[in-house]
Design a protein around this ligand. Structure first.
Ligand code: ASP
Length: 407
């Protein structure tokens, strides 16, 4: 299903778009040039009227409109180009291959509504003239707070029955990046990753010290039970059974009964469901953010591709990329950085580069990628049957999808 929205090009007070004023200045300049051209022709006309013989003047008057025609004709395509130029763009995903098909219509609707809400939060930042970094942060926070996805609330369990979360963020304009791994008590790992990017000289911080680091910066600290969802726990039990490991009858932490949700309110989900977002802002800056609970039943201490710069997340001045799927494969092949490298060195477009990585580097079923280039072209592809996703841009595009074969 596709959601359409008509989005204003400018905020009602018109204040936020510095670039719009640049555009206005530009179009004013074009108009002036146009006026100058026409004025030049008016001068020719008056010269013809005063200096030419009546016979020559009649000939001149017949051909004069043809002199004006190119100015009128040329202005049309320029304006069309200007109107269709993508000034900002955003794409998000909720994890490759995480959903079973067929899916209950009501549950499918829940996913589409959650994707729509997250997309809207990132879009609102960009419409308001905010940065790509702010837009990807806002979107991923929204997805982390939603129990449907394997990030933040709703994260999968490791095989000890605990949650260990990974996240990273990258600012393509500066190549600044920050990441956190094995997060146990920070409500929104993506804000902790941003903290690493902005407040430390490091790029990746892991382990228990993160809790104090985030608390010192007044970020919300939660108990492990905050991340609990009944469906994820059932998924862990299934996984442990399949692996021949002892099946846990309760999570590996103190689990208060109040945190238990009724099963009916927790929709179906698979083993994965990482979230990510890429964005281009009105100043042409790109950013990428990815957050995950990792893989269901993973070994405690295992770190996936999501917090590894260039593997599950990457952004530079040309493209921002987010990955989802088998983390070890994404790390081995430095997939997110490879998309950027293919675009830079082989001159591939964003769709070609993403598809090359999915089909020629990774194996079928390994996962999916989202990417946005500096012209606002959005690519969202996967070799899995599902890739919950959303895309919006300044031309009015606003759509969400779940299945890879839906338009
Ligand atoms: N890539 C993530 C990881 O391996 C999992 C996922 O995308 O679903 O941790």
């Amino acid at each position: 299903m596709v959601y359409d929205e008509t989005m204003p090009d400018v905020t009602p007070d018109g204040s936020a778009y510095t670039c719009v004023s640049c555009r206005a200045a530009d179009s004013e300049r074009k108009q002036k040039l146009q006026v100058q051209k026409i004025t030049g022709r008016s001068e020719m006309m008056s010269f013809a009227m005063t200096k030419c013989s009546p016979h020559r003047f009649i000939l001149f008057a017949i051909f004069f409109p043809f002199l004006l025609w190119p100015s009128v004709a040329q202005s049309q395509p320029d304006d069309d180009k200007e109107n269709s130029r993508v000034r900002w763009a955003i794409a998000l995903h909720g994890g490759a291959g995480s959903l079973p098909r067929p899916m209950d219509a009501e549950q499918e609707q829940l996913y589409r509504a959650a994707l729509t809400a997250a997309l809207r939060s990132g879009k609102d930042v960009l419409v308001g003239g905010g940065t790509a970094v702010d837009a990807v942060t806002a979107t991923v926070v929204e997805l982390e707070n939603c129990p449907l996805f394997n990030a933040g609330k709703g994260a999968v369990f490791n095989h000890a029955g605990q949650h260990e979360l990974d996240a990273s963020i990258m600012d393509g304009a500066t190549l600044e990046t920050g990441a956190v791994a094995i997060v146990k008590q920070i409500k929104n790992p993506i804000v902790a990753a941003r903290l690493v990017m902005e407040k430390t000289p490091h790029v990746l911080v892991a382990g228990d010290h993160l809790r104090d680091f985030a608390a010192a910066h007044e970020y919300e600290i939660v108990e492990q039970s905050y991340f609990y969802t009944k469906r994820r726990f059932l998924k862990l039990q299934t996984k442990l059974r399949a692996k021949g490991l002892p099946v846990l009858d309760k999570p590996g932490y103190e689990h208060r009964t109040s945190a238990v949700e009724p099963e009916s309110s927790v929709p179906l989900s698979g083993d994965s469901g990482t979230v990510g977002c890429v964005a281009l802002d009105v100043r042409g800056r790109l950013a990428a953010a990815t957050s995950t609970g990792g893989l269901n039943g993973k070994m405690p201490g295992r770190i996936g591709d999501s917090p590894i710069c260039g593997a599950g997340n990457y952004a530079n001045s040309q493209v921002a990329v987010g990955g989802t799927g088998k983390g070890e494969e994404f790390i081995r092949h430095t997939i997110a950085a490879k998309v950027a490298w293919l675009m830079e060195s082989r001159d591939l477009g964003v769709h070609e580069a993403v598809n090359y990585c999915l089909h020629k580097v990774l194996k079928k079923g390994d996962g999916g990628l989202i990417a946005v280039d500096s012209n606002g072209n959005l690519a969202m592809h996967s070799t899995t049957s599902s890739l919950p996703r959303g895309a919006a841009d300044s031309t009015g595009r606003f759509e969400v999808g779940i299945w890879i074969d839906e338009p």
